[in-house]
Design a protein around this ligand. Structure first.
Ligand SMILES: NC(=O)c1ccc[n+]([C@@H]2O[C@H](COP(=O)([O-])OP(=O)(O)OC[C@H]3O[C@@H](n4cnc5c(N)ncnc54)[C@H](OP(=O)(O)O)[C@@H]3O)[C@@H](O)[C@H]2O)c1
Length: 195
């Protein structure tokens, strides 16, 4: 398959690229990749699809939003998170569906805090649930058998170590397998969760 991997240089995305590249042609896109895209800018997403052309799958392992308790989050935090992790991924579907070959797949990323909220995850939980809600309904209206599903990664071990949270979480290589599984789904609007 020809797979466009948005965010393919990140902690999860790098492992997904590694898991896919032996069997598939993987095109990585991000703000700093050879194929450039800024998820928060719809025109940049449209330009990316114009550059890359038709693909068999679009996988997103990008999307950011701020951690923080309710009283600590600013208007800008909400606007940034909604424009980036939610609208950016929604726009991958809205602008990208015509570039996905018949029967192909689009796979977005939410996260475990959709199901396990905590006080500091107000925005993250909101964004993850928004991505999942969007996909559950949008998946029902896509043309030509194009599938839309979501991977909800758990805390990644490499991220926990980088953040100084200790040795906890799932190794990125195991999280990458969730994306491989997600691409093999026959159904639509599904959430791939750990375990
Ligand atoms: N890591 C975890 O423990 C964990 C757990 C649950 C859910 N998640 C979710 O999984 C996703 C990936 O997480 P991660 O830890 O792998 O992130 P990461 O290491 O920070 O990597 C993010 C990737 O996305 C790209 N990116 C960032 N902003 C972008 C933008 N505006 N437009 C296009 N590309 C952009 C980055 O490349 P450039 O800088 O070149 O743009 C990079 O390739 C996120 O949605 C995150 O919320 C992560």
């Amino acid at each position: 398959m020809k797979i466009l991997l948005v965010g393919g240089k990140g902690t999860i995305g790098g492992a997904v690229a590694e898991a896919l590249h032996a069997e598939h042609e993987v095109i990585v896109a991000s703000r700093s990749s050879a194929v450039k895209v800024d998820l928060s800018d719809a025109a940049s997403i449209a330009a990316m699809f114009e550059t890359v052309g038709k693909v068999d799958a679009v996988v997103s392992t990008a999307g950011s939003g701020a951690f923080g308790a309710l009283e600590a989050l600013s208007d800008e935090d909400f606007a940034f998170g909604l424009g980036n992790k939610f609208m950016g991924q929604a726009n991958l579907v809205r602008l990208g569906q015509d570039y996905v070959n018949d029967g192909g797949s689009i796979l977005l990323t939410s996260g475990i805090m959709a199901d396990h909220p905590m006080p500091a995850s107000v925005l993250i939980t909101t964004l993850n649930c928004a991505v999942q809600g969007f996909a559950s309904a949008a998946a029902l209206g896509l043309p030509r058998g194009v599938k839309l599903n979501v991977v909800s990664p758990p805390l990644v071990l490499e991220t926990a170590v980088k953040m100084g949270w200790g040795d906890q979480g799932m190794p990125a290589a195991a999280v990458a397998q969730m994306y491989v599984d997600g691409l093999a789904l026959e159904g639509v609007g599904e959430i791939v969760r750990p375990g």
